[in-house]
Ligand binder design. Structure first.
Ligand code: FES
Length: 576
């Protein structure tokens, strides 16, 4: 990344006079010798470390490995914090802040004397947030995700983070587990550093970063505590210095072909529906044309190859030992399902990166010829009068018998309203009922939380029912399962038809036909719309105000309208 033949950072550290003294002098308070300002590439290490983001708490140590690599390759590493988003703690949802992280990191990368960046992420929103930022600044960048936790172990069995929580809760409600057993089990589930080790959103987005070509091969799957996680981080530090010298930037890596690869990889790994929203948002920063329908079209001929929870049996540690993402990508490439010539941060094409990738366990990573689930069972995009802007459903996490279903709606304006009555033995619900939970979208909640897969009514759980159709304008955790229609767009709070559904209406879900239909006439819907009142604003100041005023709908990636696109790296004006 050069400006007039010199590295960008030279505008700061190569300056003479008062400005140069100010730029270098205060940096030397950290004990750097003068030669670090000799024009070598300055590499920012954006870390989303925080004790409030437990999945990212080891990123300080990962950063030390990155620094080693940067020094080795002749660069000058400087670590800086970017907003850490802990999925489990943040209220009302970490997703409310993904765009704030992206905006903060973008501005920090641009405003500082950096020639390239290494992006350290882990928990769900930190990976897309940093990729969105890097796309909008377009400085050479390599991502290093923090890696998954070790497999959870409870009573002799593997338990997956997130996925097990839903099951434990159901077992608690149904009386199969005690509260004491649940407390013991939670400690067995999260027993090492790292992000969720199911194929939830964090593992999915780490895989997406690798599939897009933005992190090194195998980087998505090394467990957080594995020495090779740190080896990969050191390698990333070396690689980013080379990217600066070659001026290979995110816009040259995250092309339409790379996004098509990522979408197909997401189908092959049984990845999270959240990848849809995040990939749309990242593409929007780059000006890469990508639509909701691309996800359906591109995924239709891709079978699920990876047998991981929540769709399957195994966990990320098993996936790593079985060969990791390169083994999956090789299988896709050999079956004509990958753009093998897409360039990556290695400087080589993705096809070359994965050509020799071995699979060591066909129970975990299946083949296209004998897949875990057949083609066409990935995330489907639904449309109809209930979701004119589209909705998604993860077929592999759904119950096959519910993929074609007709039932009467039972409508709630929030998950809270639903949970207030969900244990009522007299609740008017049966296994054919379609639960509608609304006002959970980007504007409505706000922030589009992962609340859509509400637990089943106690009455049904006690009767042995394990799944029912749920429809929501919110999201679902990538670790979750169930027949849940998600991301209904436009959302209820934006006046989407979901706001007009009434308890007792008939709804038809037909996933093979990609249809979601509210069986209410247009005239009746128009009459209901005339009576509809938009909900009161959530805030009159601060980030929530800015967010709700500007957030786009889910089918456009839920970015803020004024953040779509890129501004590049130039900052012509000096600060002194
Ligand atoms: Fe952080 Fe699951 S809670 S990755």
């Amino acid at each position: 990344m050069t400006v007039n033949g010199a590295l960008r950072s030279t505008q700061w550290f190569g300056a003479t006079g008062r400005s140069g003294m100010a730029y270098r002098g205060w940096m030397r308070s950290q004990g750097f010798t003068p030669e670090v300002f000799d024009g070598r590439p300055v590499i920012g290490i954006a870390t989303t470390w925080s004790e409030l983001a437990p999945c990212n708490v080891h990123l300080h140590r990962v950063a030390e490995s990155v620094k080693r690599g940067v020094w080795q390759a002749g660069g000058f590493p400087l670590e800086f914090p970017a907003m850490a988003l802990g999925e489990t703690l943040l209220r009302p949802t970490a997703m409310l802040y993904r765009n704030l992280l992206a905006m903060e990191a973008e501005e920090l990368m641009r405003a500082n004397p950096l020639d390239g960046v290494v992006l350290l992420s882990g928990c769900d929103k930190t990976t897309p947030g940093l990729l969105m930022a890097a796309a909008s600044v377009d400085l050479p960048a390599v991502m290093v995700t923090g890696g998954p936790m070790l497999n959870g172990k409870y009573q002799g069995t593997d338990v997956g983070s997130g996925t097990a929580v839903w099951r434990f809760e159901e077992d608690l409600v149904a009386g199969r587990m005690t509260q004491e057993e649940c407390v013991f089990a939670e400690g067995c589930m999260a027993r090492s550093n790292g992000h969720c080790m199911t194929m939830g959103t964090a593992s999915t987005m780490a895989s997406m970063a690798e599939a897009l070509g933005m992190q090194l091969p195998y980087s998505a799957t090394w467990p957080a505590v594995d020495a090779r996680r740190y080896e990969t981080a050191q390698r990333a530090g070396q690689v980013v210095v080379g990217l600066v010298r070659d001026d290979l930037r995110p816009s040259a890596i995250m092309t339409r072909a790379a996004f098509e690869n990522a979408i197909r990889v997401n189908a092959a790994i049984g990845g999270s529906t959240n990848a849809v929203i995040h990939l749309l948002a990242i593409a929007g920063r780059l000006g890469v044309p990508l639509s909701l329908d691309d996800f359906d079209v591109l995924a239709r001929d891709v079978p699920t190859l990876v047998n991981l929870q929540p769709s399957g049996q195994y966990l990320m540690e098993d996936f790593c030992y079985a060969g990791g993402l390169p083994a999956v990508m090789r299988e896709l490439a050999e079956n004509g399902l990958l753009h093998a010539d897409a360039v990556t941060v290695t400087g080589s094409a993705v096809g070359a990166n994965v050509a020799e990738a071995a699979c060591w366990n066909r129970e975990v990573i299946k083949t296209v010829a004998e897949p875990f689930q057949p083609a066409g069972t990935g995330t489907a995009v639904l449309r109809g009068n209930l979701a004119p802007g589209g909705a998604v459903i993860k077929q592999s996490a759904s119950s096959p018998h519910l993929l074609k279903h007709r039932g009467r709606a039972l409508v709630f304006d929030s998950p809270t309203d639903y949970y207030a009555v969900s244990n009522d033995p007299d609740l008017d619900v049966d296994e054919d009922t379609v639960l509608v939970i609304r006002y959970c979208g980007p504007r409505g909640y706000p922030g589009m939380p992962e609340v859509s897969n509400v637990a089943l009514p106690k009455k049904l759980l006690l009767g042995g029912v394990r799944d029912m159709v749920r429809i929501c304008d919110g999201r679902m955790s990538g670790t979750a399962y169930g027949t849940v229609v998600l991301h209904v767009s436009p959302e209820a709070a934006a006046g989407g038809p979901l706001a007009l559904v009434r308890t007792g209406d008939w709804i038809t879900l037909d996933v093979p036909a990609r249809a979601l239909t509210l069986e209410v006439s247009d005239d009746e819907l128009a009459a209901r719309r005339a009576q509809w009142q938009p909900p009161a604003a959530h805030a009159s100041r601060g980030w929530t105000y800015l967010y709700t005023e500007h957030v786009l709908q889910a089918d456009a990636g839920a970015d803020l309208d004024f953040l779509v696109g890129a501004s590049g790296h130039p900052v012509p004006k000096d600060s002194h």
